[in-house]
Design a protein around this ligand. Sequence first.
Ligand code: C2O
Ligand code: CU
Ligand code: CU
Length: 491
Amino acid sequence: MNRRDFLKTSGATALLAGAGTSFAQSSLRQLPLIPMTDLTAGIEGRLPLTLAAATHDFGNAAASPTYGINNSYLGPVLRVKQGQTLPFDVQNRLHDVTTLHWHGLHIPGDVDGGPHQEIAPGDTWAPDVPIVQHASMNWFHSHTHGKTAQQTYKGLAGVMLVEDDASLSADLPKTYGVDDFTLVLQDKMFAADGTLTYDVSGAVFEDGFIGDTLVVNGSIAPVAQTVPTGLVRLRILNACNAQFLTLSMQTGPMRVIASDGGFLARTIETDSILMSPGERYEMLVDLRTAESNSLLVGMEPEEGLFNFLGGLFGGGNSTATALTLTRTADKGFDGALPSQLANLSPPDRNQATVTRDFSLEMDTGADLAALAANWGNVCGGGAMAINGQPMNMDRIDETVRKGDTEIWRITVDDQLHPFHIHGCSFRILTQNDAPPPAYAAGWKDMVHVENGASEVLVKFDYEAPEDTPYMYHCHILEHEDCGMMGQFAVT
Ligand code: C2O
Ligand code: CU
Ligand code: CU
């Protein structure tokens, strides 16, 4: 299908979908509950995570070829507790090499699951992963050099909810699948026969993969869920390859209680959240004051489609309903919206003893592109870089002293990029030369970089030797595979 045909079909589909939503409410698909493994009460034996090819129905009755982790698509939700050590057996049953990275965990480099910890087909990787950090929503995904984008897109991703004594006794909704829901948001493309496609030919590397269909927990949106009358908690992961999502509620503000690395100081009310790939936010929805409410997700239109739809609808609105919550007569969690959540003092930039600069570069020129390809980056003939260097597995870019507090200052030459650092949580000092939005002022491991500089205050407490270093990179997965990544040791 050429671009013109694509625009015609997409436009027509969008029109039909728009007309259908008002009377198709009763036929809404049910929100899939991702199977949850609750380990908070204790762990017996080792924990198998089996990565395998499968087929999965995204709700359109087609058998899409996928990858899954103990499931046909995506992995389980692992609910674990601070102080535990998780004895994983990560079994690679794929016909391809892979890795599994624990995004957000404060763990040493040798169990981080980055691109140096390859698992050959048929092999098992058995890291013992210590959970030291406090309550937070983390995730795990493929981090295979040059293949992270395609493997994660196919389904190699899952959620890990870390709880601690405070979160387990907090006055918050916490019954999984009743008033506490984990939502994995992704954008996908489907072929005419309904099967999942991933096409990175042509200019796709520039923007990263942008899909036209929103998927929630492996089901095409919109999806619906009934809940008891009370407060409901949504723990949300943007697991898109490249898409920034704008979250809002159909009625009322969003009430945000946690970001990537844990609880905020207090509930933050905001009209919308701009959520990059890799980010997590938790929020509360009050179903005592409304019979129903919906989580809305604004997506970037596929390039060119924006203008086309803008012409049709006079605004180019690409907001989709992700999830509609409707209350039943059952009485649910009846507590108040928490005003006090975590003790968070403002970040103090004077604590830093080292400042490092990182410049993210979209276009490195032909010479570096050839080198980048030699180094295993996958970029359709181009390359991307950080500080003039595309990713090289054999080069350590930075060495950090364990226990040091640093300021990392990130700039870009073009476009909006989400920057991520392994092995830590940080605080955002500035995002695009401005203070971060209140909902991003707590613990984070992702920061947006578009104009000016974004600065984070970060302390590294665990070792990452040179043979198993940590990564820092753009979390647009096609950019990462393209070479917009570097590695650092902590010694
Ligand atoms: Cu989400 Cu380097 O990872
Ligand atoms: Cu990570
Ligand atoms: Cu990028």
